[in-house]
Design a protein around this ligand. Structure first.
Ligand code: UDP
Length: 359
């Protein structure tokens, strides 16, 4: 975590520091991977934090280190069925709630879409009522199968509206639209970040996304499950860097609504990621290729010039350093007996995977 991070507040409202800190902030999806890191940082900054989660893709273990900390409150509820007065006055809302791993969000497509859309509408109503600053965790998935590379915020994207990923992609796109409507019609102070692939300690072992799958497989000396030929690319941002970016957007005085890309522009092929993890873990594992999921984006890299200019933000953690920390975390959790690896490919009816026969 960079030194600048320690000065970040993230409370969201102007006024004296004391007044800001007296009202709680709400972190929806606070028991998820990003949400739990965010809760910890907000508590460190002196905030009272209401952590809201329905635990559809998270476990209470993820926040057991936060329970009991002064100012931390857990509420088990679903953002898709929140009332306007459920929390009382709050100074800021962070919406991190939604399954983000393709394997998991495709298992519950309707819930994914409604969490993104209905949940966002509910949170925006609360923000409007209390004039709270509200952060929306949007995603690089709004760019879909990009025809522009790297992806800039001005690019409108290329999304299949009826494919297996659409519940997430279109849900997040619609949530951005909702944010803009509330900002323009009601003056709600909205902040939107398009978050690219993020990894780090604390990811669920059964998360199903590539970094955690490869690490768990490598530590078990099992083959690393590369989908497709491994030539597809992603750009992986270490979680602490990402949280710094989010807090900067929510700082009092930061007036940019966004959307702003937050991610690490260091792009890597998935097959190369597998080789790195094999090297860093010293495993005997080999790579095993499999079918490529339908609509899997072939490449993804953020253009972060807007974040650099508007927030003075850029990621600082080198991929190998971040992977080493993540591997160490996974090792400890495996030793404690935590289990769970998502082994199967995402499946949606008969359109399960593309290219299965070509392997
Ligand atoms: N992937 C893979 N093996 C895995 C999990 C994922 O090769 O065990 C690939 C996946 O097909 C995609 C990339 O890694 O091309 C990133 O997938 P992930 O599920 O982490 O997130 P996405 O960026 O697709 O949302």
């Amino acid at each position: 975590m960079g030194t600048a991070a320690k000065n970040l507040d993230g409370g969201g409202r102007k006024g004296s520091r004391g007044a800001r800190l007296s009202l709680p902030v709400v972190v929806c999806g606070g028991a998820g991977f990003l949400g739990a890191h965010l809760c910890a940082r907000l508590l460190d900054a002196g905030h009272r934090v209401i952590c809201v989660d329905n635990f559809c893709t998270s476990d209470e273990e993820a926040i057991e280190h936060l329970v009991g900390r002064p100012g931390f409150e857990l509420q088990r509820r679903d953002i898709a069925s929140l009332g306007e007065e459920d929390f009382g006055p709050v100074s800021a809302i962070y919406n991190m709630a939604c399954a983000a791993s393709p394997v998991h969000y495709q298992r519950r497509p309707l819930e994914t879409l409604l969490t993104s859309v209905r949940g966002m509408d509910n949170l925006l109503r609360i923000a409007r009522r209390y004039q709270a600053r509200i952060f929306q965790a949007s995603t690089s998935e709004v760019y879909g199968h990009p025809t522009i590379h790297p992806q800039r915020e001005s690019y409108w994207g290329h999304v299949n509206p009826v494919g297996p990923r659409s519940c997430y992609d279109e849900g997040k796109r619609c949530a951005e639209t909702l944010c803009f409507i509330y900002e323009q019609q009601y003056g709600v102070p909205v902040r939107i970040a398009r978050i690219f692939n993020t990894y780090g300690p604390g990811m669920r072992l059964a998360d199903g996304r590539v970094v955690i799958n490869f690490i768990v497989q490598a530590l078990a000396d099992e083959p690393l499950s590369v989908y497709g030929d491994g030539r597809q690319t992603r750009s992986f941002c270490y979680v602490d860097d990402l949280i710094d970016g989010i807090l900067r957007m929510m700082q009092p005085g930061s007036e940019i609504t966004g959307p702003i890309n937050l991610g690490n522009p260091q792009e890597i092929e998935i097959a190369e990621l597998a080789r790195r993890i094999i090297r860093l873990t010293g495993t005997r594992s080999k790579v095993q290729t499999g079918a490529l999921p339908v609509d899997d984006p072939p490449r993804r890299r953020p253009d972060i010039s807007l974040a650099v200019e508007a927030l003075g933000w850029q990621p600082r953690t080198d991929l190998d350093v971040g992977l080493e920390r993540t591997i160490a975390d996974v090792q400890v959790r495996l030793e404690k007996g935590e289990a769970g690896l998502v082994r199967e490919l995402p499946t949606v009816g008969k359109r399960a995977v593309a290219g299965a026969n070509a392997l």
